[in-house]
Design a protein around this ligand. Sequence first.
Ligand code: PMT
Length: 413
Amino acid sequence: MKRLTNKHIVLGVTGSIAAYKSADLVRKLVAAGAEVRVIMTPSATEFITPLTMQAVSGNPVHQALLDEEAEAGMGHIQLARWADLVLIAPASADSLSRLVHGRGDTLLGAVCLAASSPLAVAPAMNQAMWKDPATQENVATLKERGLHVLGPAEGEQACGDTGPGRMLEPDDLAREVETLFDTGTLAGVKVMVTAGPTQEAIDPVRFISNRSSGKMGYALAEAAAEAGAEVLLISGPTSLQTPDRVQRVDVRSAEQMYDAVHSDVEGYNIFIGAAAVADYRPIEAKASKIKKDSDTMSLEMGKTEDILASVSALKHRPYMVGFAAETDELEANARKKLEAKRLDIVAANQVGEDAEGKPLGFESDENTLTVFWQGGSEAFPYMSKSQLARALIELIASRYRNEHNIIRPESFG
Ligand code: PMT
Protein backbone atom coordinates (compact mmCIF):
# COMPACT_ATOMS: atom_id res chain seq x y z
CA MET A 1 0.00 0.00 0.00
CA LYS A 2 1.31 3.48 -0.82
CA ARG A 3 2.02 6.11 1.84
CA LEU A 4 -0.98 8.29 0.93
CA THR A 5 -3.49 5.51 0.21
CA ASN A 6 -6.91 6.38 1.71
CA LYS A 7 -5.86 10.00 2.27
CA HIS A 8 -8.22 12.73 1.08
CA ILE A 9 -6.36 15.92 0.19
CA VAL A 10 -8.05 19.20 -0.68
CA LEU A 11 -5.52 21.19 -2.70
CA GLY A 12 -6.11 24.95 -2.79
CA VAL A 13 -4.43 26.66 -5.74
CA THR A 14 -4.06 30.44 -5.45
CA GLY A 15 -2.79 33.13 -7.83
CA SER A 16 0.94 32.70 -8.35
CA ILE A 17 3.14 31.82 -11.29
CA ALA A 18 4.01 28.65 -9.35
CA ALA A 19 0.44 27.46 -10.01
CA TYR A 20 1.76 25.71 -13.11
CA LYS A 21 3.60 23.31 -10.76
CA SER A 22 0.35 22.38 -9.01
CA ALA A 23 -0.65 20.03 -11.82
CA ASP A 24 2.55 18.07 -11.31
CA LEU A 25 2.00 18.16 -7.53
CA VAL A 26 -1.46 16.59 -7.99
CA ARG A 27 0.09 13.83 -10.11
CA LYS A 28 2.69 13.14 -7.42
CA LEU A 29 0.05 13.03 -4.67
CA VAL A 30 -2.19 10.74 -6.71
CA ALA A 31 0.81 8.51 -7.52
CA ALA A 32 1.45 8.26 -3.77
CA GLY A 33 -2.11 6.95 -3.32
CA ALA A 34 -4.03 10.11 -2.34
CA GLU A 35 -7.41 11.20 -3.63
CA VAL A 36 -7.18 14.89 -4.50
CA ARG A 37 -9.91 17.49 -4.92
CA VAL A 38 -8.80 20.86 -6.20
CA ILE A 39 -10.14 24.29 -5.25
CA MET A 40 -8.97 27.16 -7.46
CA THR A 41 -9.24 30.83 -6.61
CA PRO A 42 -10.24 33.15 -9.49
CA SER A 43 -6.67 34.45 -9.86
CA ALA A 44 -5.27 30.90 -9.96
CA THR A 45 -7.29 30.30 -13.13
CA GLU A 46 -5.27 33.09 -14.80
CA PHE A 47 -2.18 30.88 -14.47
CA ILE A 48 -3.52 27.36 -15.10
CA THR A 49 -6.86 26.09 -16.36
CA PRO A 50 -9.38 24.20 -14.21
CA LEU A 51 -9.55 21.64 -17.04
CA THR A 52 -5.88 20.74 -16.52
CA MET A 53 -6.43 20.32 -12.79
CA GLN A 54 -9.56 18.24 -13.40
CA ALA A 55 -7.67 15.98 -15.81
CA VAL A 56 -4.79 15.32 -13.41
CA SER A 57 -6.93 14.92 -10.28
CA GLY A 58 -9.71 12.94 -11.95
CA ASN A 59 -12.26 15.03 -10.04
CA PRO A 60 -14.25 18.17 -10.87
CA VAL A 61 -12.50 21.38 -9.82
CA HIS A 62 -14.28 23.51 -7.22
CA GLN A 63 -14.29 27.28 -7.69
CA ALA A 64 -17.36 29.12 -6.44
CA LEU A 65 -18.43 29.45 -2.82
CA LEU A 66 -22.10 29.45 -3.72
CA ASP A 67 -22.65 26.97 -6.49
CA GLU A 68 -26.04 25.28 -6.52
CA GLU A 69 -24.72 22.15 -8.21
CA ALA A 70 -21.79 21.84 -5.84
CA GLU A 71 -23.98 22.45 -2.79
CA ALA A 72 -26.11 19.50 -3.82
CA GLY A 73 -22.99 17.38 -4.35
CA MET A 74 -19.87 18.55 -2.57
CA GLY A 75 -20.26 22.03 -1.10
CA HIS A 76 -17.78 23.74 1.20
CA ILE A 77 -18.86 21.90 4.36
CA GLN A 78 -18.73 18.48 2.70
CA LEU A 79 -15.30 19.29 1.23
CA ALA A 80 -14.09 20.38 4.66
CA ARG A 81 -15.43 17.17 6.26
CA TRP A 82 -14.01 15.03 3.45
CA ALA A 83 -10.49 16.42 3.84
CA ASP A 84 -7.78 14.63 5.79
CA LEU A 85 -5.52 17.54 4.88
CA VAL A 86 -6.08 20.95 3.30
CA LEU A 87 -2.94 22.01 1.43
CA ILE A 88 -2.62 25.40 -0.24
CA ALA A 89 0.07 25.22 -2.92
CA PRO A 90 1.00 27.70 -4.13
CA ALA A 91 -0.02 29.97 -1.27
CA SER A 92 0.29 33.60 -2.38
CA ALA A 93 1.05 36.44 0.07
CA ASP A 94 -2.59 37.48 -0.20
CA SER A 95 -3.87 33.98 0.65
CA LEU A 96 -1.68 33.89 3.78
CA SER A 97 -3.08 37.23 4.90
CA ARG A 98 -6.64 36.01 4.25
CA LEU A 99 -6.00 32.89 6.33
CA VAL A 100 -4.71 34.99 9.23
CA HIS A 101 -7.88 37.07 9.17
CA GLY A 102 -10.18 34.04 8.84
CA ARG A 103 -11.81 35.35 5.66
CA GLY A 104 -14.65 33.10 4.57
CA ASP A 105 -15.73 34.98 1.44
CA THR A 106 -14.15 32.51 -1.00
CA LEU A 107 -14.64 28.75 -1.28
CA LEU A 108 -11.04 28.12 -0.19
CA GLY A 109 -11.35 30.48 2.80
CA ALA A 110 -14.63 28.86 3.88
CA VAL A 111 -13.19 25.33 3.59
CA CYS A 112 -10.15 26.35 5.67
CA LEU A 113 -12.45 27.75 8.36
CA ALA A 114 -14.71 24.69 8.38
CA ALA A 115 -12.04 21.98 8.18
CA SER A 116 -10.99 20.16 11.31
CA SER A 117 -8.14 18.45 9.47
CA PRO A 118 -4.59 19.80 9.52
CA LEU A 119 -3.86 22.76 7.22
CA ALA A 120 -0.61 23.24 5.31
CA VAL A 121 0.62 26.02 3.06
CA ALA A 122 3.44 26.10 0.50
CA PRO A 123 4.21 29.81 0.09
CA ALA A 124 5.20 31.12 -3.33
CA MET A 125 5.94 34.79 -3.95
CA ASN A 126 8.61 37.31 -4.84
CA GLN A 127 11.52 37.36 -2.35
CA ALA A 128 10.80 40.94 -1.23
CA MET A 129 7.14 40.08 -0.60
CA TRP A 130 8.23 37.04 1.43
CA LYS A 131 10.69 39.11 3.49
CA ASP A 132 8.18 41.88 4.14
CA PRO A 133 7.38 42.13 7.88
CA ALA A 134 3.65 41.80 7.18
CA THR A 135 4.14 38.43 5.46
CA GLN A 136 6.60 37.29 8.13
CA GLU A 137 4.11 38.22 10.86
CA ASN A 138 1.34 36.35 9.04
CA VAL A 139 3.51 33.25 8.71
CA ALA A 140 4.45 33.41 12.41
CA THR A 141 0.76 33.70 13.37
CA LEU A 142 -0.21 30.77 11.18
CA LYS A 143 2.59 28.63 12.65
CA GLU A 144 1.45 29.55 16.16
CA ARG A 145 -2.02 28.30 15.25
CA GLY A 146 -0.54 24.94 14.24
CA LEU A 147 -0.53 25.40 10.47
CA HIS A 148 2.25 23.60 8.65
CA VAL A 149 4.38 25.93 6.53
CA LEU A 150 6.22 23.95 3.85
CA GLY A 151 9.08 25.95 2.37
CA PRO A 152 9.58 28.26 0.60
CA ALA A 153 12.77 27.35 -1.23
CA GLU A 154 15.48 29.82 -2.21
CA GLY A 155 16.71 30.49 -5.72
CA GLU A 156 16.03 32.21 -8.98
CA GLN A 157 12.51 33.57 -9.32
CA ALA A 158 10.21 34.04 -12.31
CA CYS A 159 10.52 37.84 -11.94
CA GLY A 160 14.33 37.67 -12.24
CA ASP A 161 15.07 38.16 -8.51
CA THR A 162 17.01 35.64 -6.47
CA GLY A 163 16.13 34.74 -2.88
CA PRO A 164 13.57 32.94 -0.70
CA GLY A 165 10.01 32.61 -2.00
CA ARG A 166 10.00 29.82 -4.58
CA MET A 167 7.40 27.12 -4.01
CA LEU A 168 8.98 23.79 -3.05
CA GLU A 169 9.28 21.41 -5.99
CA PRO A 170 6.33 18.97 -6.34
CA ASP A 171 8.51 15.96 -5.42
CA ASP A 172 9.68 17.63 -2.20
CA LEU A 173 6.17 18.82 -1.37
CA ALA A 174 4.67 15.36 -1.88
CA ARG A 175 7.32 13.91 0.47
CA GLU A 176 6.59 16.60 3.09
CA VAL A 177 2.87 15.84 2.80
CA GLU A 178 3.54 12.15 3.51
CA THR A 179 5.32 13.01 6.73
CA LEU A 180 2.48 15.31 7.87
CA PHE A 181 0.43 12.19 8.56
CA ASP A 182 3.16 10.80 10.82
CA THR A 183 2.10 12.05 14.24
CA GLY A 184 4.70 10.24 16.36
CA THR A 185 2.22 9.87 19.24
CA LEU A 186 2.97 6.14 19.53
CA ALA A 187 6.70 6.27 18.79
CA GLY A 188 8.49 3.35 20.42
CA VAL A 189 5.21 1.54 21.21
CA LYS A 190 4.34 -1.97 19.94
CA VAL A 191 0.73 -2.39 18.83
CA MET A 192 -1.03 -5.63 17.87
CA VAL A 193 -4.27 -5.32 15.90
CA THR A 194 -6.71 -8.06 14.92
CA ALA A 195 -8.91 -7.44 11.89
CA GLY A 196 -11.40 -9.03 9.55
CA PRO A 197 -13.68 -12.02 9.91
CA THR A 198 -12.82 -15.58 10.82
CA GLN A 199 -13.98 -18.59 8.80
CA GLU A 200 -15.06 -21.70 10.66
CA ALA A 201 -14.93 -24.81 8.50
CA ILE A 202 -17.99 -27.03 8.07
CA ASP A 203 -16.34 -29.28 5.48
CA PRO A 204 -13.50 -28.78 2.96
CA VAL A 205 -15.55 -26.34 0.84
CA ARG A 206 -17.95 -24.62 3.26
CA PHE A 207 -17.51 -22.38 6.23
CA ILE A 208 -19.39 -20.09 8.62
CA SER A 209 -18.25 -16.47 8.63
CA ASN A 210 -19.56 -12.91 8.98
CA ARG A 211 -19.68 -9.65 7.04
CA SER A 212 -16.47 -8.06 8.36
CA SER A 213 -14.36 -6.65 5.52
CA GLY A 214 -11.36 -5.84 7.72
CA LYS A 215 -11.50 -2.15 6.74
CA MET A 216 -11.79 -0.88 10.32
CA GLY A 217 -8.94 -3.01 11.65
CA TYR A 218 -6.66 -2.26 8.68
CA ALA A 219 -7.34 1.47 9.07
CA LEU A 220 -6.38 1.20 12.74
CA ALA A 221 -3.17 -0.65 11.89
CA GLU A 222 -2.33 2.05 9.34
CA ALA A 223 -3.09 4.90 11.76
CA ALA A 224 -1.00 3.24 14.49
CA ALA A 225 1.94 2.92 12.08
CA GLU A 226 1.55 6.59 11.13
CA ALA A 227 1.63 7.38 14.83
CA GLY A 228 5.08 5.76 14.94
CA ALA A 229 4.13 2.38 16.44
CA GLU A 230 5.62 -0.96 15.44
CA VAL A 231 2.47 -2.73 14.26
CA LEU A 232 1.60 -6.40 13.87
CA LEU A 233 -1.72 -7.04 12.13
CA ILE A 234 -3.31 -10.44 12.64
CA SER A 235 -5.83 -10.69 9.85
CA GLY A 236 -8.68 -12.96 8.96
CA PRO A 237 -9.41 -13.45 5.23
CA THR A 238 -9.84 -10.08 3.48
CA SER A 239 -9.10 -8.63 0.05
CA LEU A 240 -7.24 -5.64 1.51
CA GLN A 241 -3.64 -4.60 0.96
CA THR A 242 -1.29 -4.52 3.92
CA PRO A 243 -0.79 -0.92 5.07
CA ASP A 244 2.67 0.59 4.67
CA ARG A 245 5.05 -0.18 7.57
CA VAL A 246 2.73 -2.85 9.00
CA GLN A 247 3.67 -6.49 9.44
CA ARG A 248 0.83 -8.91 8.71
CA VAL A 249 0.06 -12.48 9.69
CA ASP A 250 -2.84 -14.19 7.89
CA VAL A 251 -5.16 -16.61 9.62
CA ARG A 252 -8.48 -18.21 8.77
CA SER A 253 -10.22 -19.53 11.86
CA ALA A 254 -10.78 -18.20 15.39
CA GLU A 255 -8.46 -20.90 16.67
CA GLN A 256 -5.68 -19.84 14.29
CA MET A 257 -6.21 -16.20 15.29
CA TYR A 258 -5.96 -17.18 18.96
CA ASP A 259 -2.70 -19.08 18.30
CA ALA A 260 -1.19 -16.27 16.18
CA VAL A 261 -2.03 -13.67 18.83
CA HIS A 262 -0.62 -15.72 21.70
CA SER A 263 2.55 -16.73 19.90
CA ASP A 264 3.54 -13.06 19.51
CA VAL A 265 1.69 -10.96 22.09
CA GLU A 266 4.44 -10.93 24.71
CA GLY A 267 6.17 -7.55 24.65
CA TYR A 268 3.29 -5.74 22.94
CA ASN A 269 2.16 -2.56 24.70
CA ILE A 270 -1.27 -2.13 23.14
CA PHE A 271 -3.73 -4.74 21.87
CA ILE A 272 -6.65 -3.69 19.63
CA GLY A 273 -9.26 -6.34 18.91
CA ALA A 274 -11.16 -5.11 15.85
CA ALA A 275 -11.66 -8.57 14.34
CA ALA A 276 -15.12 -10.06 14.14
CA VAL A 277 -14.13 -13.39 15.66
CA ALA A 278 -16.67 -16.20 15.43
CA ASP A 279 -18.24 -16.91 18.81
CA TYR A 280 -19.12 -20.48 17.79
CA ARG A 281 -17.65 -22.97 15.36
CA PRO A 282 -18.78 -26.39 14.13
CA ILE A 283 -17.50 -28.89 16.68
CA GLU A 284 -16.42 -31.17 13.89
CA ALA A 285 -15.31 -30.08 10.41
CA LYS A 286 -16.14 -33.01 8.11
CA ALA A 287 -13.20 -34.41 6.17
CA SER A 288 -15.29 -34.84 2.97
CA LYS A 289 -17.84 -32.58 1.32
CA ILE A 290 -21.26 -33.04 2.93
CA LYS A 291 -23.76 -34.47 0.42
CA LYS A 292 -27.24 -32.96 0.14
CA ASP A 293 -29.08 -36.23 0.81
CA SER A 294 -31.53 -34.94 3.40
CA ASP A 295 -33.94 -31.97 3.45
CA THR A 296 -32.56 -30.54 6.67
CA MET A 297 -29.27 -30.66 8.39
CA SER A 298 -27.98 -29.50 11.73
CA LEU A 299 -24.58 -28.57 12.94
CA GLU A 300 -23.38 -28.92 16.45
CA MET A 301 -21.52 -25.77 17.41
CA GLY A 302 -19.10 -25.15 20.24
CA LYS A 303 -17.90 -21.86 21.73
CA THR A 304 -14.60 -20.47 20.49
CA GLU A 305 -11.98 -19.20 22.89
CA ASP A 306 -12.40 -15.46 23.59
CA ILE A 307 -9.12 -13.98 22.31
CA LEU A 308 -9.61 -10.56 23.87
CA ALA A 309 -10.46 -11.93 27.31
CA SER A 310 -7.52 -14.35 27.14
CA VAL A 311 -5.03 -11.55 26.38
CA SER A 312 -6.55 -9.42 29.17
CA ALA A 313 -5.97 -12.28 31.59
CA LEU A 314 -2.21 -12.40 30.90
CA LYS A 315 0.05 -11.44 33.79
CA HIS A 316 1.88 -8.78 31.77
CA ARG A 317 -1.06 -7.75 29.69
CA PRO A 318 -0.98 -4.98 27.12
CA TYR A 319 -3.22 -1.91 27.26
CA MET A 320 -6.48 -3.47 26.08
CA VAL A 321 -8.80 -1.99 23.46
CA GLY A 322 -11.81 -4.06 22.44
CA PHE A 323 -14.68 -3.51 20.07
CA ALA A 324 -18.35 -4.13 20.63
CA ALA A 325 -20.57 -4.76 17.62
CA GLU A 326 -24.12 -4.27 18.82
CA THR A 327 -27.57 -4.19 17.28
CA ASP A 328 -29.31 -3.06 20.52
CA GLU A 329 -28.54 -1.16 23.71
CA LEU A 330 -25.14 0.01 22.54
CA GLU A 331 -23.87 1.57 25.77
CA ALA A 332 -25.18 -1.07 28.19
CA ASN A 333 -23.79 -3.95 26.13
CA ALA A 334 -20.49 -2.20 25.44
CA ARG A 335 -19.98 -1.42 29.13
CA LYS A 336 -20.72 -5.06 29.97
CA LYS A 337 -17.90 -6.10 27.60
CA LEU A 338 -15.59 -3.47 29.14
CA GLU A 339 -16.11 -5.13 32.54
CA ALA A 340 -16.34 -8.77 31.50
CA LYS A 341 -13.22 -8.71 29.30
CA ARG A 342 -11.32 -6.35 31.66
CA LEU A 343 -10.71 -3.82 28.91
CA ASP A 344 -9.20 -0.34 29.22
CA ILE A 345 -11.29 0.96 26.34
CA VAL A 346 -14.19 -0.41 24.33
CA ALA A 347 -15.15 1.07 20.95
CA ALA A 348 -18.80 0.37 20.28
CA ASN A 349 -20.50 0.41 16.91
CA GLN A 350 -24.05 -0.14 15.87
CA VAL A 351 -24.14 -2.95 13.32
CA GLY A 352 -26.76 -4.38 11.03
CA GLU A 353 -28.51 -2.42 8.31
CA ASP A 354 -29.98 1.05 8.17
CA ALA A 355 -33.53 1.78 6.98
CA GLU A 356 -32.37 1.60 3.34
CA GLY A 357 -30.63 -1.74 3.80
CA LYS A 358 -27.12 -0.22 3.77
CA PRO A 359 -24.66 -2.04 6.05
CA LEU A 360 -23.81 -0.32 9.34
CA GLY A 361 -20.37 -0.89 10.84
CA PHE A 362 -19.57 -3.96 8.73
CA GLU A 363 -18.35 -3.65 5.11
CA SER A 364 -18.93 0.08 4.62
CA ASP A 365 -16.14 2.67 4.11
CA GLU A 366 -17.63 4.87 6.86
CA ASN A 367 -18.59 4.20 10.43
CA THR A 368 -19.46 5.87 13.69
CA LEU A 369 -18.12 4.83 17.10
CA THR A 370 -18.78 5.59 20.73
CA VAL A 371 -15.83 4.84 22.92
CA PHE A 372 -16.29 3.95 26.60
CA TRP A 373 -13.88 3.59 29.48
CA GLN A 374 -14.29 3.55 33.28
CA GLY A 375 -15.96 6.84 34.11
CA GLY A 376 -15.93 8.35 30.63
CA SER A 377 -16.89 8.20 27.00
CA GLU A 378 -16.38 9.97 23.68
CA ALA A 379 -18.55 9.83 20.59
CA PHE A 380 -17.05 9.99 17.09
CA PRO A 381 -19.55 11.04 14.42
CA TYR A 382 -20.06 9.38 11.03
CA MET A 383 -16.84 9.64 8.98
CA SER A 384 -14.53 7.50 6.87
CA LYS A 385 -12.97 4.53 8.65
CA SER A 386 -9.53 6.09 7.98
CA GLN A 387 -10.48 9.31 9.74
CA LEU A 388 -12.16 7.39 12.52
CA ALA A 389 -9.08 5.21 12.97
CA ARG A 390 -6.79 8.23 13.25
CA ALA A 391 -9.08 9.82 15.85
CA LEU A 392 -9.33 6.57 17.82
CA ILE A 393 -5.56 6.01 17.73
CA GLU A 394 -5.01 9.55 19.07
CA LEU A 395 -7.46 8.85 21.91
CA ILE A 396 -5.81 5.49 22.67
CA ALA A 397 -2.34 7.09 22.55
CA SER A 398 -3.31 9.85 24.93
CA ARG A 399 -5.03 7.51 27.44
CA TYR A 400 -2.18 5.00 27.20
CA ARG A 401 0.42 7.74 27.84
CA ASN A 402 -1.58 9.13 30.79
CA GLU A 403 -1.86 5.73 32.37
CA HIS A 404 1.83 5.00 31.92
CA ASN A 405 2.93 8.54 32.84
CA ILE A 406 4.64 8.98 29.51
CA ILE A 407 5.30 12.61 28.67
CA ARG A 408 4.81 13.36 25.01
CA PRO A 409 8.13 14.45 23.49
CA GLU A 410 8.20 18.20 22.68
CA SER A 411 9.13 17.53 19.09
CA PHE A 412 5.71 16.03 18.43
CA GLY A 413 4.12 19.45 18.99
O1 PMT B 1 -14.29 -5.16 9.22
P1 PMT B 1 -15.27 -4.05 8.86
O2 PMT B 1 -16.16 -4.44 7.72
O3 PMT B 1 -14.56 -2.75 8.64
O4 PMT B 1 -16.27 -3.85 10.10
C1 PMT B 1 -15.78 -3.35 11.31
C2 PMT B 1 -16.34 -4.13 12.51
C3 PMT B 1 -17.83 -3.91 12.60
C4 PMT B 1 -16.05 -5.63 12.36
C5 PMT B 1 -15.58 -3.58 13.77
O5 PMT B 1 -15.84 -2.22 13.90
C6 PMT B 1 -16.03 -4.33 15.03
O6 PMT B 1 -17.00 -3.99 15.68
N1 PMT B 1 -15.27 -5.39 15.41
C7 PMT B 1 -15.64 -6.32 16.49
C8 PMT B 1 -16.71 -7.25 16.01
C9 PMT B 1 -17.12 -8.25 17.08
O7 PMT B 1 -16.86 -9.41 16.94
O8 PMT B 1 -17.71 -7.72 18.13
P2 PMT B 1 -18.26 -8.56 19.40
O9 PMT B 1 -19.10 -7.59 20.13
O10 PMT B 1 -18.87 -9.83 18.93
O11 PMT B 1 -16.95 -8.93 20.19
C10 PMT B 1 -16.42 -8.09 21.21
C11 PMT B 1 -14.93 -8.10 21.20
O12 PMT B 1 -14.43 -9.41 21.54
C12 PMT B 1 -14.28 -7.71 19.88
O13 PMT B 1 -13.16 -6.88 20.16
C13 PMT B 1 -13.84 -9.07 19.30
O14 PMT B 1 -12.66 -8.92 18.48
C14 PMT B 1 -13.52 -9.86 20.57
N2 PMT B 1 -13.69 -11.32 20.45
C15 PMT B 1 -14.92 -11.86 20.21
C16 PMT B 1 -15.07 -13.25 20.18
C17 PMT B 1 -13.93 -14.05 20.35
N3 PMT B 1 -14.01 -15.37 20.30
N4 PMT B 1 -12.74 -13.48 20.58
C18 PMT B 1 -12.60 -12.14 20.63
O15 PMT B 1 -11.49 -11.63 20.81
